[in-house]
Write a new protein. Sequence first.
Length: 196
Amino acid sequence: MATYRAIDTVCQAVVDLLRDSSSPAMFNQDLDFRVYTTSDFAQHMTAGVSLFLYRVFVNGVYRTPPGRAVPGEPARGSQLPVDLHFLLIPWSKDPSTQHVLTGWMMRTLEDLPILPSGLLNRRTPGVFRPDETVEVVVGDIDDEELFRLWELIGPNAYRLSIPYVARDVRIESEVEDGAGALVQERVVEFARQVSP
């Protein structure tokens, strides 16, 4: 269970994983790896890969998992499980290099789909617990939704982009559960109902 910084941390970890897996010799140039917002598309990078987070959904499978209960620590409220939907966009002036980048980044994430806590906590320590991981899988977005998304980014902005999902990122509550003291005595009372 991660802190509220989990969404940013996962996005940065995916970018770091791709950066760590590349070398200038692979593509005969230095590549840039960044998380993008819509304003970054106006003056995009020359060569590299950007990650654009376009949707955060509450995971329907684990709607309200119970909070953490660790002996000696206060109980926490329920977890918030979310799925992070993002596009990975390869950038290059040369279409051939863009296609090679696409194959490389997809193969890299297929080979390394589990982000360990060491990578997740690299930029901001303590967001994820040491035993936590996040799985990144190829996402699904229909053509109409994809083209509508690119239209919102800007006119004639469409670029080759591959959807991915970071699944079941569990954000832990910072609110301590208001459980009372242990039960000392049980009292049961019965009432007799009088019929009219």
